[in-house]
Design a protein around this ligand. Sequence first.
Ligand code: GLA
Length: 666
Amino acid sequence: MDFDRIHYGADYNPEHWPEDVWDEDVKLMAEAGVTLVSVGIFSWAQVEPRPGEFDFGWFDQVMDKLAAGGVSACLSTMTASPPPWLSHRHPEILPVRADGTRLSPGARQQFCPSSLVFREHAARLVEQVATRYAGHPALALWHVGNEYGCHIRACYCDESAADFRRWLKDRYGDIDALNRAWTTTFWSQRYDDWAEILPPRVAPTFPNPAQQLDFHRFSSDASLGSFLAEQEVLRRITPDVPLTTNFVGLVQKALDWNRWVPHEDVVSLDSYPDPYDPRSHVEVALAYDLVRSLKDGQSWMLLEQAPSAVNWRNRNSPKPPGAMRLGSWQAVAQGADAILFFQWRQSRGGAEKFHSAMVPHGGPETRGYRDVRSLGQELAALPRLAGTRVRADVALLHDWESWWGLELDSHPSGDLQQLDAHLAHYAPLFDAGITCDVVHPARDLSSYKLVVVPNLYLMGEAVAANLRAYVAAGGHLLVSFFSGIVDACDRAYLGGYPAPLRDLLGLRIDEFWPLPEDGETGLRFADGSQAAGTIWSEWIELEGAEAVADFEGGELDGRAAITRHTFGKGVAWYLGSRPDAAGMRALMDRVAADAGARPVLPGLPDGVQAIVRHGDGESFLFLLNHGTGEVTVPLPASAADLLTAPATPVDHITLGPRGVAVVSVD
Ligand code: GLA
């Protein structure tokens, strides 16, 4: 993908409209600065109205018009919603829920990820699409499927069961190994034959946790298999055309993105922050940092966001003036080189008619269109931002397998959820203006000054060794509770929690003491300051670490709650409870300062995000005011705001409500 500028555009669904609208579309796209549209995502039933009968004539016209108008196509493989004729002839492709309900057609994504009939029909269509449009001047990028795992996170049908057994045979080789991995001595679950194994369908009580964990892994791989079946066709026919698939944001955990990313040329994300939530930009910031880190900081694409309201929450607020622009610049600031929306023109009918679009029902004479047009002009004026890179001193560790493991049933506390844990640790860094990568725990961590582990319930020995080596060599590490508890098969490590990290942390957990619903415990720091601990407490025995804070009150009164341990040349902090937001901020400020991880700018006003994208000769400081009041940000050196007055250097920037500035810095 050629990122010689920040690309701008939307999903484009021309089949919703008569042909004369297509000309107006291309004209308005040019006016709005649109350079790239995702086209054809839901076109299968229109281009293959009957099995094996293809009608691409209308789509040729669309592609030609886009090319003539200077708009590139992120061309879809068109397989996201199989046509009714396919499930009518082959009802076995329809996905089945854990309770045995077979889902009906009539919405979208109605296919079992393991279905060979689906894959065969999809591959035949992709072959047609790729052959027809290979070399077309509009074709810039392939868009494979759409939001895999969005509606169908897993399928429990018989074909999936057979595929699961195949997957398990590959993983374990023989049935005894599987029995050991799944601890099937428990509750008389020993398998004598592969044929006895099923997906974890609805059972009288908790299904085997290791089976559930493997089914998560398998389900992600089954969707990946479906993606690869299409990807292989594209690689064969158009080896030089890059491809992507749009991940659903961190709202769900169906896919292990790390296993997908090696098969994509560029990573892309869909992001739908809730305008009612004044802190939603923090949650999306976490997702953007994660997506950017997946390919070591390469350009990524925001492939979908809403220009204003969505239609799928129970209550859907429009984005207030300035919010769409601010959210778009936030993605650019965090490394995106493409800003696209769902969708170009608001649908008249269908389930998404109340979802906003670049061209609303009211047409171009609307606030919505005027705002997207002016953002398009702004982005077009700064092509030199593209390809510059974000650098971070801090990494937060994230692993899908551990996320799946953490949120299995029958644990000490159902209150401990991965995204809450991430946000509790990420938000204080974000608020302090400290740039963060979000990376896999097995990767090389040596470039980071501070590594934060909000939770890694599941931790292989290799990851524990990685953390140990990182700290021994001088790194600073912060680990929160219920980390390093089980191995890859969800079997507890023996010898005192968290056994793989005990020497590194200099402590041993004797027993978990989760707090009751909405319960709190006191935390008293050595300097006399206090905070409330939430979610969790535990009985810690110190084995070399010093207590930084003790529990105050309750059964654990006076026992260590938060600790610091020198290990090799580095330092390992441990949190046996989750301090409230203010306590977490104070602690994180101290830990970051201790590690030498500095904010982008000191003394940032509340609500202002600051981040730098580094280029070869020129770097850019982005200042984003997520608040609704005016703020003034002093600059380290006199510079020009490229969005307003490129010629006039200033020594401070005043940002209005939801204001944005981009400043050129050395
Ligand atoms: C997802 C889908 C789109 C559309 C939007 C609506 O991102 O990929 O097709 O349904 O949601 O928000």
